[in-house]
Design a protein around this ligand. Structure first.
Ligand code: S3P
Length: 161
């Protein structure tokens, strides 16, 4: 059995849906950001400010290269599909689901949270631009595109399961 990867922009619901999907399918759930934080003993913001974004991107790739568990659900960080190697590993080792949410929904969810360094360092307009730059790469990486607009977590989870 392969892994299930959830991909998409920050705030699209990867963690919430991943946890619920884990409950519904009995597959173990892993949050990539959380696994990197545990390994480093630092928050994502601390990793960005201490080592820089490029080092964090390398940690994400290293996680994908070395994570051996089969039959599990992985909520990826929003920037993971930007690297070709990451896309190739995910598509080779699992089923990739892109959670497609409109920008206004993700903005509503991420604007006030202080834990994401990219959000902290950007204006709304810059994030919206990043959203549209990334979207084709999410589409390109995914085996399945899942529409999340106006759907409950329960409904989305049932659909993926
Ligand atoms: C990032 C998304 C974050 C986290 C980091 C960078 C991004 O994960 O990996 O702050 O570049 O989109 P979430 O998508 O889980 O918020």
């Amino acid at each position: 059995m392969k892994k299930v990867y959830l991909i998409g922009f920050m705030g699209c619901g990867k963690s919430a849906i991943g946890k619920r999907l884990s409950f519904a399918t009995k597959m173990p759930y892993y949050d990539m950001d959380h696994e990197i934080e545990k390994k480093m003993g630092m928050t994502i913001s601390e990793i960005f400010s201490t080592y820089g974004e490029e080092a964090f991107r390398e940690m994400e790739t290293e996680f994908l290269r070395t994570f051996r568990n089969e039959y599990c659900i992985i909520a990826t960080g929003g920037g993971v599909p930007m690297r070709k190697e990451n896309r190739e590993i995910m598509r080779r080792t699992g089923l990739v689901f892109f959670l497609n949410a409109p920008f206004r929904d993700v903005w509503r969810r991420i604007a006030t949270l202080k834990k994401r360094p990219i959000v902290q360092a950007s204006t709304r307009a810059q994030l919206e631009k990043l959203f549209y730059v990334r979207k084709p790469l999410y589409m390109y990486s995914a085996h399945f595109k899942v529409e999340t607009e106006k759907r409950s977590i329960h409904d989305i989870t049932d659909y993926i399961a």
